[in-house]
Design a protein around this ligand. Sequence first.
Ligand code: GH3
Ligand code: MG
Ligand code: MG
Ligand code: MG
Length: 312
Amino acid sequence: MHSLLSQQRCTKSTSYSRQQVLIVDDQPLSLAFASAEIEDICNPIQAHSGEQALQLAASEQPDLILLDVHMPDISGFEVCRRLKQNPKTAHIAVIFLTILDEEVNEEQGLSLGAIDYIAKPFSPAILRARVRNHLLIQRQRMQLQRLAQFDGLTGLANRRSFDQALNAEWQRLTKLQEPLGLIMLDVDAFKPFNDHYGHQAGDQVLEQVANAINLQMQRKHDLASRYGGEEFACILPHTDKKGVCSIAEGIRAAVYGLHIPHRTSTVAPWLTVSIGATSITPDTESSLESLIAVADQCLYEAKNKGRNQVTV
Ligand code: GH3
Ligand code: MG
Ligand code: MG
Ligand code: MG
């Protein structure tokens, strides 16, 4: 998974899975009671200690945490502080659910980053309502994040994510002195395709091309993106020119192998793509702009030399 993206690719499935709520309390009865109250609106999981809460929060990535304060190992306030400090758990909403009902306690909990504070004894209906509200906000937040990061048609990373990821990889690989590969791909004769088969058929083709590209992204930091219109770009960290060229050739052959009919192309009877590919080990002499410029220039040459080919 790419460090900057929560998912390598956004699935377009709308299937709704129940959101997970981690309930943390050292008292088994309290745990069972809170679980029973909310199990019809979410999927509750339980932690019996602060330590277990920290572990489960990181591994299960719940949508919400209901957090007790008094616990024998680590206090809930300390758990919240550690959750907010850890980049893996900082985004998870926390609601305190505690016997401490003084204003000063509530203030402390909220100032530690909790989104809400409920004092016991609580009204079950109010607990459910608050949990439901926070889960709704969480769903909307995830949806916004998806819209901000992924291309709606193909589900690949969008241009914004590409720019961010490329920048981050450039910084990372400068320190490591490792090569950064870049592929720029443009669908050949796509205007005539749209003109002949229609825009909707064109959209379907872009999805197929995106699939073919994504299948070649095999490693953790590889990232395929929709660069714009009918152009795609792939970031291939730790990959030299030879490696980038071989992946690019794999993509070209895969798209060609789809045998998508294209009667008005002058290149082939099927849909084809042209690819520019390059790799640079970042140093003080080179720049990110030069990496993109070289890949662009290679793509331009691939087009000029007749399309349906890779130029390095
Ligand atoms: P070349 O081989 O030189 O790349 O020729 P081309 O026809 O592919 O290039 P041109 O830039 O003239 O046309 C690109 C076309 O891509 C025009 C535009 O309508 C189409 N296009 C861009 N985005 C989309 C999209 O999201 N869906 C569809 N169906 N078409 C798109
Ligand atoms: Mg307790
Ligand atoms: Mg183009
Ligand atoms: Mg084109």
